[in-house]
Design a protein around this ligand. Structure first.
Ligand SMILES: [Fe+2]
Length: 343
């Protein structure tokens, strides 16, 4: 078996041929894929008609898997897939198209905002594996941005400005931006916000990238609006066409990306007429908690009173840092404009 790596752009996104992961996912094959990811950040392989077991097995070759969350479904409903698989579909537990009022439909809307997978948790989410099981006839692309090139092209003054900054990431922020759902406090409490640096050094390659996502609610130590303006400015820079790739799916595609140096988003399709069944496995790296506490102080739980808006989740934790406490005091005044539209 000869593995062929074909770049789609100069140093971003590559197609890998000569691999049948059902027949061979040996360390040598997975190592070659990881080396391609180091260089291109996003790779795709056609014709990988993996079963759930096979997808999980292949993904585990890259590290420990995170488990899918069950938010967005009404109490009592069963999940459609086993917990290692994130359900990136418009389908219910009987594999029918979700009803218009189904909470899961609204939950998925935030996937159409630019984001990095699971930047809202206290762990380095490394690789995502998205398997195209059922693909609609048009639409439903997945778009990517190369955040390494974005960082490298930033003016030096901006590099200096953001070098030591960090942002507060919360899944409830992106859900609020996408239109919001009346999530319960017991749901919100399961995922408190976390801190991510604005500049990340890749553990394998040493390359720096800008860390952005629609989960980023504010910049640590900055007044709320000033921090959001900075995030919006960086996001606008990152969304220039030269950093962009759009993957048009065919059934059997496996797309793998490195969340440490990319952003992505889903794009719309006629989700009331066509089924789209994508299943994601996600590799989770080591905790970021210790380094965040060392840099910014110990989070202190604080009671939440009144209201059920998703944005109020931000106030679940007040960091010990006086700067963050100051910026956080303004958090509930307004959710702010979306970082980007869903298209
Ligand atoms: Fe995603």
């Amino acid at each position: 078996m000869t593995i062929k790596v074909t770049p789609i752009h100069d140093a971003f996104v590559a197609r890998i041929d000569g691999v049948d992961l059902r027949a061979d996912h040996s360390p040598a094959v997975l190592g070659a894929i990881e080396e391609a990811l180091d260089r291109y950040a996003v790779v795709f392989l056609h014709g990988q008609h993996l079963s759930d077991d096979e997808q999980i097995e292949v993904s585990k070759g890259f590290g420990d898997l995170s488990y899918a969350l069950n938010h967005g479904r009404a109490v009592g409903q069963n999940t459609r897939l086993r917990p290692e698989l994130y359900d990136i579909s418009n389908l219910d537990e009987k594999h029918g198209i979700l009803g218009e009022a189904d909470r899961r439909r609204q939950w998925r809307e935030a996937d159409k905002l630019w984001h990095t997978d699971r930047s809202f948790i206290d762990a380095d989410t490394t690789y995502s594996f998205l398997s195209g099981r059922i693909v609609p006839p048009t639409g439903g692309n997945t778009d990517f941005a190369d955040m390494r090139a974005v960082y490298e092209d930033l003016p030096q003054a901006m590099k200096d400005r953001i070098a030591d900054l960090a942002a507060v990431h919360s899944i409830w922020h992106s859900r609020a931006l996408a239109g919001g759902v009346d999530f319960r406090h017991d749901e919100i409490a399961t995922m408190p916000p976390v801190i991510q640096p604005l500049v990340r050094v890749h553990a394998r390659t040493g390359r720096k990238s800008v860390v952005l996502a629609s989960h980023a609610a504010e910049v640590v130590g900055m007044p709320l609006e000033e921090g959001r303006a900075l995030l919006a400015e960086l996001t606008a820079f990152a969304l220039q066409p030269k950093y962009f790739h759009s993957h048009a799916w065919t059934e059997g595609d496996l797309v793998i990306w490195d969340n440490r140096c990319t952003m992505h988003r889903g794009t719309p399709f006629d989700d009331k007429a066509y089924r789209r069944d994508m299943r994601r496995t996600t590799v989770q790296g080591p905790s970021r908690y210790a380094s965040a506490v060392a840099a910014y102080g110990q989070p202190q739980p604080r009671a939440v009173s009144g209201g059920r808006s998703a944005i109020s989740a931000i106030s679940f934790f007040t960091m010990a840092s006086p700067k963050l406490s100051k910026s956080r005091a303004d958090t509930r005044k307004a959710p702010g404009p979306p970082m980007t539209s869903s298209r």
